[in-house]
Design a protein around this ligand. Structure first.
Ligand SMILES: *[C@@H]1O[C@H](CO)[C@@H](O)[C@H](O)[C@H]1NC(C)=O
Ligand SMILES: *[C@@H]1O[C@H](CO)[C@@H](O)[C@H](O)[C@H]1NC(C)=O
Ligand SMILES: *[C@@H]1O[C@H](CO)[C@@H](O)[C@H](O)[C@H]1NC(C)=O
Ligand SMILES: *[C@@H]1O[C@H](CO)[C@@H](O)[C@H](O)[C@H]1NC(C)=O
Length: 376
């Protein structure tokens, strides 16, 4: 132990990187990249390995990221963006996309799931809504023809807005006007044994009703909880109530076998003045308490033996995200690898110089400089 510490001390001195402390967790993380200051994927791969994070979700199929994680044990959820969903309804295009973006990486980078679109039912584009299932089916059939359908799931990530009712959890139901889209999508999940993904943010519920919603209840802090009068189940936090409301909605339409997973949840560490609750203290409590519960492999009151499956949003603060200040402040880490707040996650982001790839642009810049000098 003493030897390791002094080794780290030396490394840290040499590279002025972050101090290493490895924590065993099975949480997933969203690796969003709407920023101009993020470390290279190679360095991020080292950071995630030092954190023992073994599941990563992308919003696209970024070639550079997937290649940087070659021969790691990290499992990837990759995405097809909303702007590409309608194209994917064409089976030939879907197969082409798989051949170009998925096939070259398997089995060296572990891609286990493809999300087709993100929060499509939150918008008002009914053409896109109608195209979602055909796109998912094309991608699935493409996987079947490549013999990959048992290795890679096909799904989509939904906003909690698709619920018409979420309280009490056992009375959760989808909006009636979405039935025409969602019912057949549930049927697809049931047939292909793929999970139903939701993005769930108790932060939004708190921000909009800060006077009535208990902060302890949304932050997983000790509190009396809320009892569902129909089932007598007690909920000590809002996230579990939201998950069970989605389970109730899915089951009410006749699908007891579909698994619900959380493709995004998180809490912003900063916000505009009207974004009540967006502070580093609250973000640290939300994400810190959530990680502890995941480490305990807790299930929700409705499914106590099914550990909650979560991808935290997000790995980094993303400086180019549009919208209110909170949107750019969901990260657990700053782009330089330092934690935004302390929840015991101390990763090691290797310094830029240790990456030999950085030398290439540096040398070519030097070359150009010399040419300019010679010409001058
Ligand atoms: C990190 O993960 C490795 C491999 O799964 C495991 O052996 C190790 O115990 C983990 N570290 C901690 C602190 O849990
Ligand atoms: C996805 O959409 C973007 C923007 O319209 C486009 O540039 C890109 O070529 C599309 N990709 C595929 C695989 O269709
Ligand atoms: C759909 O939403 C966009 C952006 O929120 C809005 O500008 C547009 O008017 C809406 N269209 C319809 C048909 O409601
Ligand atoms: C696909 O989803 C199902 C249901 O959620 C899950 O049991 C299975 O492990 C997933 N497959 C992969 C390859 O992750």
């Amino acid at each position: 132990m003493a030897k390791r510490t002094s080794g780290c001390f030396l490394l840290c001195l040499l590279f002025s990187g972050q101090v290493i402390q490895i924590l065993g967790i099975t949480v997933g993380i969203n690796y969003g990249q709407i920023a101009n200051n993020l470390p290279s994927p190679n360095r991020v791969a080292s950071l995630l390995r030092s954190l023992n994070i073994s599941r990563v979700k992308l919003y696209d199929a970024d070639q550079n990221v997937l290649s940087a994680f070659i021969n790691t044990d990290i499992e990837f959820v990759i995405g097809i963006g909303n702007e590409n969903v309608s194209t994917m309804t064409d089976p030939a295009k879907a197969l082409g996309w798989l051949q170009q973006h998925v096939l070259p990486h398997l089995p060296f980078t572990k891609i286990t799931c493809i999300t087709v679109g993100n929060e499509i039912f939150k918008g008002n584009d009914t053409v896109l809504m109608a195209n979602l299932l055909p796109a998912m089916q094309s991608v699935y059939r493409g996987l079947v023809s490549l013999g990959l359908d048992k290795k890679v799931n096909v799904t989509s990530a939904h906003s909690l807005d698709m619920l018409g009712n979420s309280y009490p959890p056992s009375a959760g139901s989808f909006k009636q006007d979405l039935a025409v889209y969602i019912q057949p999508i549930l049927n697809f999940h049931s047939m292909t044994k793929s999970p139903f993904l939701i993005n769930a943010y108790p932060y939004f519920a708190y921000k909009e009703n800060a006077g009535t919603v208990s902060l302890d209840y949304v932050l997983f802090e000790p509190n009396a909880g809320v009892t569902d009068a129909l089932t007598n189940l007690n909920y000590d936090n809002m996230l579990y109530a939201q998950i069970d409301a989605v389970y109730a909605a899915v089951r009410a339409w006749g699908y007891p076998d579909i698994e619900v997973r959380i493709s995004e949840t998180g809490w912003p560490s900063r916000g505009d003045s009207e974004e009540i609750g967006a502070t580093p203290e609250n973000a640290a409590k939300y994400n810190g308490n959530l990680l502890q519960r995941i480490a305990m492999k807790q299930g929700t009151p409705m499914n106590p033996y099914v550990p909650v499956d979560v991808y935290v949003f997000a790995l980094f603060n993303e400086d180019l995200k549009p919208g209110p200040t909170s949107e750019r402040n969901y990260g657990l880490f700053y782009p330089d690898g330092t934690p935004v707040y302390n929840i015991g996650l101390h990763g090691y982001l290797p310094p830029m110089l240790s990456s030999s790839f950085k030398m290439v642009p540096a040398l070519s810049t030097l070359g150009i400089a010399i040419v300019i000098l010679l010409l001058a």
